[in-house]
Design a protein around this ligand. Structure first.
Ligand SMILES: C[S@@+](CC[C@H](N)C(=O)[O-])C[C@H]1O[C@@H](n2cnc3c(N)ncnc32)[C@H](O)[C@@H]1O
Length: 232
């Protein structure tokens, strides 16, 4: 496997042959992957840093792009409740099955809105304070990523954060072992390694940010996450 450049191999979950039942099971297992591999930690830490100066009771609005089953938004809800912030939370996902699965997994009191649509056709009004996305960026091609970075700059009022994977041989091979041991769905197992092969090294982000004309911070997080954030 050549990991020296981003793979262009398609993920099975993005194809049209996956049934509704398989899709729901994959999203469920992806939420488990996120839990076991501490996926949401960098985003929650970034949000904590971004809102450090806000007093308890303050209001903030967060949009999650490519929200899948909505587990990041539920984690943001728990964090905001603990922090005493009043959060309006919204997720957008291209696949209509995501909104159904996310709504089913969300307790009624959590008050999270799930929308179906292509982020590039969405102009949120008013602009959310913060836009986050987790394990979404590697689904995009390089030209789409430039478009996404500019979209974030235009629509995130106070800042944005992209949480994604670090393209490295250790997680590439290690994920197969972990996924098999955990009994995760075959599609999650296969897509997991494709996701890592499609993901990023720091020079990828440096080049993309430069081409988009955006100044943002790229940081590595345990385990093998490469995240990009910008506070305005
Ligand atoms: C790997 S999943 C990540 C889901 C979730 N954030 C997580 O961490 O489990 C990527 C998600 O991005 C969605 N997606 C892909 N392209 C999109 C687009 N242009 N606009 C909105 N969502 C998109 C897919 O439907 C998919 O649910």
């Amino acid at each position: 496997m050549d990991l020296s450049r981003r793979s262009t191999q398609a993920e099975l979950m993005d194809g049209e042959t996956v049934t509704a039942d398989e899709y729901a099971r994959c999203l469920h297992d992806l939420a488990a992957v996120n839990r076991v591999t501490l996926t949401h930690r960098p985003t929650l830490r970034w949000l904590a840093r971004a809102t450090r100066a806000l007093p308890r009771g303050a209001h903030l609005c967060v949009l999650d792009v490519g929200c899948g089953e909505g587990d990041l938004l539920r984690a943001v809800r728990r964090w905001a409740d603990r922090r005493g912030l009043q959060a309006s939370l919204e997720g957008i996902d291209l696949n209509p099955r995501s909104a159904v699965a996310a709504a089913a997994a969300t307790p009624p009191g959590a008050a999270i809105a799930y929308r179906t649509g292509n982020v590039f056709d969405y102009a949120p009004d008013p602009s959310p304070d913060f836009v986050v996305s987790s394990q979404f960026a590697h689904h995009l091609t390089d030209p789409e990523l430039l478009h996404f970075l500019r979209w974030l700059e235009r629509h995130a009022a106070r800042g944005w954060f992209i949480a994604d994977l670090h393209r490295h041989a250790l997680p590439y091979w290690g994920f197969r072992v972990l996924a098999r041991a955990a009994g995760w769905h075959r599609i999650v197992r296969l897509d997991g390694t494709v996701s890592i092969a499609r993901s990023f090294r720091k020079p990828d982000w440096t080049r993309l940010l430069q081409q988009a004309g955006v100044a943002a911070e790229t940081r590595w997080h345990v385990p093998f996450r490469l995240c990009v954030g910008r506070l305005k």
